[in-house]
Design a binder for this molecule. Structure first.
Ligand SMILES: *[C@@H]1O[C@H](CO)[C@@H](O)[C@H](O)[C@H]1NC(C)=O
Ligand SMILES: *[C@@H]1O[C@H](CO)[C@@H](O)[C@H](O)[C@H]1NC(C)=O
Length: 203
């Protein structure tokens, strides 16, 4: 290609990248003002991270298609991303000292930079690349609840993210067989041997 075109292309790419470095310019005031101190949403975790700032936690949630809210433990710099929020599961929104809860809708999506324009699918998260590009990687194994599987007995540290695990039981009226522990494989599929069979009705 003609060298002039190469240079022009590079300049255009740099300009585009600069336009997308938005985290510095994003309006964070609204998000911070809406934080719910002394609260968390229980038992609906996608994944968790150590040594994250609250803004890192928000950014991760914004890049994860399924993420609806976060819990943040200030002392421990511990971040949890959730696939529900306090409107969708109000009973699981509880008071807990030391925690901060935040709905993802309260944040400026431009915090996620190039990923604010991503179209990653439901079980994916967006990874920003140079020059305003992004790619999608698998984030979780999906929500393992349906007519037969119940999330009634999910435990506090259970999660649906890659290499995490969750306790699933059979819905009322179904007979369990196998282990109630589901493990999420790195390929995004659940490893489980739980079978929930219809109980024979006693007339
Ligand atoms: C919770 O999530 C639902 C569904 O995504 C959304 O409609 C609702 O506005 C969210 N609630 C809050 C408080 O952000
Ligand atoms: C996402 O967008 C890109 C570019 O706009 C397109 O090539 C790709 O097919 C889209 N993927 C999905 C899952 O819609």
């Amino acid at each position: 290609m003609h060298p002039l075109y190469d240079n022009l292309n590079l300049i255009l790419r740099i300009c585009f990248a600069l336009l997308l470095i938005n985290r510095c310019f994003a309006d964070l005031r609204h998000g911070y003002s809406m934080l719910k101190y002394g609260h968390k949403l229980e038992r609906r975790m996608i994944t968790s991270y150590h040594k994250y700032s609250i803004l890192d936690c928000v950014e991760d949630c914004l890049r994860t298609t399924r993420c609806r809210s976060i819990n943040y433990c200030q002392g421990a710099h511990f971040c949890q991303t959730n696939f529900e929020n306090r409107t969708t599961v109000p009973d699981l929104f509880i008071e807990k000292s030391g925690w901060i809860y935040s709905d993802i809708e309260d944040w400026d999506t431009t915090i996620a930079g190039a990923c604010s324009m991503s179209n990653c699918s439901m079980n994916e998260k967006c990874i920003p690349n140079p020059f305003g590009q992004f790619s999608c990687v698998i984030s979780d194994c999906g929500i393992p609840s349906n007519e037969r599987f119940s999330m009634e007995k999910v435990k506090e540290w259970d999660a649906i993210g890659l290499e995490k695990g969750i306790h699933i039981t059979c819905s009322a009226g179904y007979k369990p067989q196998g282990s109630e522990r589901f493990v999420c494989h790195p390929d995004g599929s659940w490893k489980t041997n739980l079978k929930c069979t219809t109980k024979r009705k006693i007339m």
